[in-house]
Write a protein that binds this ligand. Structure first.
Ligand SMILES: Nc1ncnc2c1ncn2[C@@H]1O[C@H](COP(=O)(O)OP(=O)(O)OP(=O)(O)O)[C@@H](O)[C@H]1O
Ligand SMILES: [Mg+2]
Length: 144
């Protein structure tokens, strides 16, 4: 469990997470993000993108459901951001060709509102829980 007290600390945390990630032999690494509205899931993805050298603006893919960022000189070739908040059913995840995406070891996939599609996520997804503490502080727990 980590108490993250600012966006700067969140960026440090995201860097530590990226450093600890190891690509897998036969599947993508999937990070399943849990937590209420405003808990900091999108802010974390933004910090993660920054840690992975993504330039430009990272916004939540609420309307397009999925955003793909090519990465340069990283352990993964792509960061894929899925926001399941507006997915009506796991069927829509299939329409995003999730199964195929999740098979590619070059992909790092982060899924906001993972509880909405949990039956469709791989069992070995890295589960990260976000909770609001106060205006500037969030509690982040990585399930192991
Ligand atoms: N320590 C912190 N960690 C993360 N976010 C923080 C922190 N302190 C303040 N914030 C702010 O809290 C807000 C979190 O909103 P964010 O959109 O990331 O939440 P979310 O979990 O993605 O919500 P939603 O379910 O609506 O997508 C942002 O405006 C962010 O700047
Ligand atoms: Mg969000």
């Amino acid at each position: 469990m980590a108490l993250v007290r600012s966006i700067f600390e969140l960026e440090v945390f995201a860097k530590e997470v990226t450093a600890a990630l190891a690509p897998r032999g036969h599947t993508a690494v999937v990070m399943a993000l849990y937590g209420d509205l405003g808990a900091g899931k999108s802010a974390f993805v933004k910090a993660l993108a920054k840690a992975l050298g993504v330039s430009g603006i990272v916004t939540s893919p609420t309307f397009v459901l999925q955003k793909i960022y090519p990465l340069q000189n990283q352990k993964f070739e792509r960061l894929i951001h899925i926001d399941a908040y507006r997915l009506e059913s796991p069927k829509e995840l299939r329409q995003l060709r999730f199964e195929k995406t999740a098979k590619d070891p070059k992909n790092l996939i982060v899924v906001e509102w993972a509880d909405r599609v949990k039956e469709s996520l791989p069992r070995d997804a890295v589960k990260i829980h976000f909770a609001f503490v106060d205006e500037t502080t969030r509690e982040i727990t990585i399930e192991v």
